[in-house]
Design a protein around this ligand. Structure first.
Ligand code: 6PG
Length: 465
């Protein structure tokens, strides 16, 4: 029998997805660039191996698929994907679909979709979230592609996706790059959320002298309430772990220099390019970049002093600050999605995006359920932060965010994302701001002109009379 789907690329994510699909009763053709991995993979698959059909040659792999074909590539993004398309496209027939399941740049996805469409082939950009465990037992998947491809794919994807109260966390969100873009913004929100958690850890550790396990216990308590989220849950767990080699808390032996593969950065670049300012996500990307300069930071500590003052902050005020900042971080993510939806004509359904993020993905959280409901309801000025439920929470909890940020700044603690959250909040809640000064300056030095309140047209200041 021919396979319903082919998976090329048996790395961590590809093999986990192949096993997940096979387990749901589909026949899967599998192939890999390093052919020697394939036999090992089939052997380790145990009984599921019966539904996995290995191929060494690309021609055989393609020939082993039911038509119109569906091939999922789980390979490094960028040049390898273009090389793979060049190799496989001549073997395909009109109506076949290629899926890129990696974290690809959505601009490349749009270009590839266009190039493939010219050959009557379909290209799907699919964001897959949830890491290895998610891929194996239920990821969240963000699909961008044609309706035709979605009809080919949806039964398989719905069968393998994570479920939130029975609803599979997968959908077609729009054409071409829409799925990869939504995944990119998912990661931008992920960066901000991770950094907020790290900053709260820093305040508790260095300002309140709490040992890691105690902070972990605090996150575990939070995870039992409205702040429940996967990232809070795993942070609670990892803070409680001991390094077997040294007996120290494991977080104390991990170098404080963060990696990043690019999705957070792309989110910020796209936001800025579309005239947005996602300052929390930017601060989170920046914090990772600064963290990587460990030697510079050590030199600066020696010259500038690294003292951090004691903080008098209770658990509740930290929790409320987190709650407020987290809403603002998500709000920034959805603002970028809205801007891109307008720019590319994607008509993104924000409520559906929130829904498919409720399970399986890295940012899954109780808050996403409230966000999905908020998007289904009344959204003043189209802003998530103004939805009644979100505005009520912000009103109740921003005072705590303000207290935490003030205390952190006063004590010399770095909290760039918490501070950015407050800067965003306080800027957006001022109906009368300070950009009149900017406009006056621009007109003064460059004759750029300005609008007058309540009057149509372009004006200049008396400095030009
Ligand atoms: C997910 C993750 C996943 C991965 C990223 C993280 O949704 O499952 O976001 O895509 O962990 O590679 O990106 P960084 O390496 O940039 O942190």
């Amino acid at each position: 029998a021919k396979a319903q789907i082919g998976i090329y690329g048996l790395g961590t994510m590809g093999s986990a997805l192949a096993l997940n699909i096979a387990e749901k009763g589909f026949d899967v053709a599998v192939a890999n660039r390093e052919v020697e991995w394939i036999a090992d993979f089939i052997r380790e698959a145990g009984p599921l191996g019966a539904r996995l059909h290995p191929h060494e040659a690309l021609e055989d792999f393609v020939a082993g698929l039911k038509t119109p074909r569906v091939i999922l590539f789980m390979i490094p993004s960028g040049a390898p994907m273009d090389a793979m398309i060049a190799a496989v496209a001549p073997l395909l027939s009109p109506g076949d679909t290629i899926i890129d399941g990696g974290n690809a740049d959505f601009h490349a996805t749009r270009r590839r979709a266009e190039e493939m469409a010219a050959r009557d082939l379909h290209f799907v950009g699919m964001g897959v979230s949830g890491g290895e465990d998610g891929a194996r037992h239920g990821p969240s998947m963000m699909v961008g592609g044609s309706e035709h491809s979605w009809r080919q794919l949806r039964d398989i994807l719905r069968a393998i996706a994570a479920r939130h109260e029975g609803d599979p966390c997968v959908d077609r969100l729009g054409p071409d790059g829409a799925g990869h873009f939504v995944k990119t913004v998912h990661n931008g929100i992920e960066y901000a959320d991770m950094q907020i958690i790290a900053e709260i850890y820093g305040l508790a550790r260095f300002g309140m002298a709490q040992p890691p396990a105690e902070i972990g216990a605090m996150f575990a308590r939070w995870n039992a309430g409205p702040l429940q989220s996967y990232l809070v849950e795993i942070t609670a767990e990892l803070l409680g772990r001991t390094d077997p080699a040294t007996g120290h808390p494991v977080v104390d032996v991990i170098k404080d220099a963060a990696g990043q593969k690019g999705t957070g950065r792309w989110t910020v670049i796209e936001a800025v390019r579309m005239g947005q300012a996602a300052n929390m996500i930017e601060a989170a990307v920046g914090a990772r970049a600064w963290s990587a300069e460990k030697e510079t930071r050590q030199a600066a500590e020696a010259r500038l002093g690294g003292a951090r003052g004691a903080l008098d902050l209770g658990e509740e005020v930290l929790a409320d600050a987190f709650a407020a900042a987290r809403i603002l971080g998500y709000a920034q993510g959805f603002r970028i999605l809205e801007a891109a939806s307008r720019e590319y004509g994607w008509a993104l359904d924000h409520a559906r995006i929130a829904e498919i993020w409720r399970a399986g993905c890295i940012i899954r959280s109780a808050l996403l359920d409230d966000i999905a409901q908020a998007f289904r309801g009344d959204l003043p000025a189209g802003q998530l932060m103004l939805a009644p439920s979100m505005a009520a929470q912000l009103t109740a909890k921003t005072p705590a965010l303000r207290r935490v940020v003030c205390a952190a700044m006063e004590g010399g603690h770095a909290a760039p994302v918490l501070a950015a959250a407050l800067g965003f909040h306080d800027t957006m809640r001022q109906g009368w701001g300070t950009a009149n000064i900017i406009q006056a300056q621009r007109d003064f030095f460059g004759h750029h002109g300005f609008e007058r309140l309540g009057q149509e047209g372009k004006f200049h200041g008396p400095w030009w009379d």
